[in-house]
Ligand binder design. Sequence first.
Ligand code: NAD
Ligand code: TYD
Length: 358
Amino acid sequence: MTILITGAAGFIGANFVLDWLAQCDEPVVNLDKLTYAGNLETLTSLDGDARHIFVHGDIGDSELVASLLAQHQPRAVLNFAAESHVDRSIHSPEDFIQTNIVGTFRLLESVRAYWNQLEAEAKAAFRFLHVSTDEVYGSLSATDPAFTETHRYEPNSPYSASKAASDHLVRAYHHTYGLPVLTTNCSNNYGPYHFPEKLIPLMIVNALAGKALPVYGDGMQVRDWLYVKDHCSAIRRVLEAGRLGEVYNVGGWNEKPNIEIVNTVCALLDEMRPQADGTSYRTQITTVKDRPGHDRRYAIDAGKIERELGWKPAETFASGIRKTVQWYLANAEWVANVQSGAYRDWVQTQYAKEDVLQ
Ligand code: NAD
Ligand code: TYD
């Protein structure tokens, strides 16, 4: 038995593979294009481990995907591969359309052809699990109830629109062709190996480097944070027991405004790596111009996955964020290595402020 995972050199996919192989011996074929967000250094602990087969390639490369499916005969395909950063999608949406929409479509086509020719038993057992986001549901007001799986799709950024399109394609492949699909829509993740363009790792690395901590607008946008390992356990559970064609929302019941997140990171750093002059890292917080079309609030109702599949997060935000800050303090080399030339160009484009730059 083997599973094929796409995008597993990225933040969540790599955490998923590390957890998977820590818990079982079923081999993983990891297909990743190694965009700026893909980093094989995250998986160096698997060097020489025959259970991890890395393949450099694009989910949209139908020939490659067909040959991988024929060669490895996976019992499941888990699709993590995506362009995932909202701000990048605002600057250059094209890559999001290519990978998230066209790439997912081509992957579905390749998987459908493979699945169609499987023997009855393998066909019945096969799963295509699509990893998606709560951002497809759009933005909530302060008093709206949290997103359930039946919430209307109202994506507001090129990123969320492209993920919404991919979710619809996955759904259509189930209803039209009978492909045995599962979809998870998760809230914001945080934890080890998170690329420092996203809020939490950016705040940690900028604070330690003595740079500004750029908070968009009034900092009162709300996100619902989930420790990445809890997202991984939810995906494993859905793969194992999810009902075909169903969507499962995944979240940590943990809504927080951005400014509170930034203050918490600063407080943990003040405790774990106090500055020589006793100044708090909070003094580095800077307000910058807001993201265009910035969604005000996301909140996930994770009741369905809890009721049907008995899944619950293991970490609280307090325990997860503490582990995360500790991880970044202990892994300065990993951070330094991802801060490549391409990363610096991005920071220049996005913030255009000297104090956020190297
Ligand atoms: P990431 O940007 O860290 O990693 C994406 C990975 O996909 C990278 O390794 C990249 O090289 C690879 N990739 C990109 N285009 C590819 C292509 N065409 N073919 C093959 N590989 C390609 O993203 P992440 O944060 O790990 O997110 C993984 C998935 O989870 C995404 O689908 C994302 O939409 C979803 N998600 C993310 C979050 C979050 O908070 N990060 C929350 C909910 C859902
Ligand atoms: P991000 O980590 O990019 O995730 P998403 O946009 O997918 O939710 O951003 C999380 C929140 O933090 C979002 O409301 C935007 C905000 N933010 C900042 O205030 N400053 C920053 O430098 C970044 C990257 C994000």
